[in-house]
Design a protein around this ligand. Structure first.
Ligand code: AMP
Ligand code: MN
Ligand code: MN
Ligand code: MN
Length: 349
């Protein structure tokens, strides 16, 4: 049994759940093994590795997770072109060997190579040379993407940090921008579903589209077989989190939660700094009974006593925790908040 004692000195009442992060396989700076180690020190109990367009990190991540008492969720973040925009889909609980998914991801990765050459050619025109080789050095054998160009540009003093690069370069109207066609929305959802996974619209608050366009995207995503959206995201503002909670409820999407962590100093939320899912949402993990069993079996003292100071009013659409208390709950069952011994959403005492 692994005692549920993370190395941070905060008393920890709940195992954290983070369903979106990156390793060196895509544009994170920690290897899959290092990433899982980092998650463990923060008290993460359930972690999905979701590298861009690649599943190559999952084996190493799983090995590390087994040693750390973390339940690893097989994930991927797929680049999609919807109309003229780029959007991202997260696939959770996928079989990484699923043939359609595997082939589809290989096709996207191949297209990244030609895109990188076009990006470098555009930067050449702006008088910035050697970016292709430079970006590949930062990619360290993983997929090639804009983040690697961004790190190269920072290293050469063209911008002070990554955030600034994405204002001055690599975006529409700026040097180093190229347009690119990724996967179609429908096919990407189908790859995920055929690999047994759940299709989640990643950071929907980030797409800089009007209300009507977002509504159209959500409708089309649902029609294609998408079942969840990221409500809480490390790449959302707190306002976006609130807005997406409302959107998820109104559209009947399950709600996911992920840091979009890319490594230390990469200007994203830490895994331990993300707000919990709002009470009104049904968590995407509400019926992941195997993970709840894993937590109960492998962690001494799990679940912990309820942190709620007193019975609270309100009902849950589904247990948002991994307490295992509501393992038999069916779709639409309501459980009163006070019945949940392990509710991380209790208002601060
Ligand atoms: P790509 O898929 O190659 O176009 O690269 C997309 C990645 O660039 C995202 O996953 C982020 O990691 C990074 N990125 C995009 N916009 C920004 C931004 N404004 N600040 C920091 N990173 C960004
Ligand atoms: Mn990224
Ligand atoms: Mn993304
Ligand atoms: Mn991401």
């Amino acid at each position: 049994m692994i005692p549920w004692v993370p190395t941070s000195n905060k008393p920890l009442l709940i195992p954290l759940i983070d369903l979106h992060c990156h390793s060196t396989v895509s544009d994170g700076t920690l290897t899959p093994t290092e990433l899982v180690g980092h998650a463990a020190t923060l008290g993460v109990g359930v972690l999905a590795l979701t590298d861009h367009d690649d599943v190559a990190g999952l084996d190493d991540a799983r090995r590390a997770a087994e040693g750390a008492g973390i339940a690893l969720v097989n994930g991927v973040e797929i680049s999609v072109t919807w109309g003229s925009r780029t959007i991202h889909l997260v696939g959770l609980r996928i079989d990484p060997a699923g043939a359609a998914l595997y082939d589809g991801l290989a096709r996207i990765r191949e297209s990244r190579v030609g895109r990188a050459e076009r990006i470098a050619a555009e930067l050449d025109k702006a008088g910035i040379h050697g970016s292709l080789e430079g970006a590949y050095e930062f990619a360290e054998g993983g997929i090639i993407g804009r983040t690697h160009f961004a790190r190269f540009l920072v290293s050469r003093g063209h911008a002070k940090d990554i955030r600034t690069v994405f204002k001055k370069f690599l975006v529409k109207g700026k040097p180093g921008h190229v347009s690119h066609r990724w996967a179609e929305l429908g096919e990407a959802v189908e790859w995920i579903r055929s690999a047994g996974g759940i299709a989640v619209l990643a950071h929907p608050g980030r797409y800089d589209m009007g209300r009507t366009t977002l509504e159209n995207l959500l409708a089309e995503f649902k029609e294609a077989g998408g079942t969840a959206i990221e409500v809480i995201s490390g790449s959302h503002s707190l306002d976006m989190n609130r807005h997406m909670a409302e959107v998820a409820v109104r559209h009947g999407f399950l709600a996911s939660r992920g840091s979009d962590y890319h490594g230390p100093d990469q200007s994203y939320f830490g895994m331990d700094k993300l707000p919990p899912l709002p009470l009104t949402c049904t968590p995407v993990w509400h019926d992941w009974h195997d993970l709840k069993m894993f937590m109960a079996d492998s962690h001494e003292g799990f679940p912990h006593p309820c942190p709620l100071p007193a019975p609270a009013a309100g009902v849950l659409a589904g247990c948002p925790t991994l307490c295992g208390d509501h393992g038999g709950m069916g779709e639409g069952d309501e459980v009163s908040l006070r019945d949940c011994r392990y509710n991380p959403l209790a208002p601060a005492a």
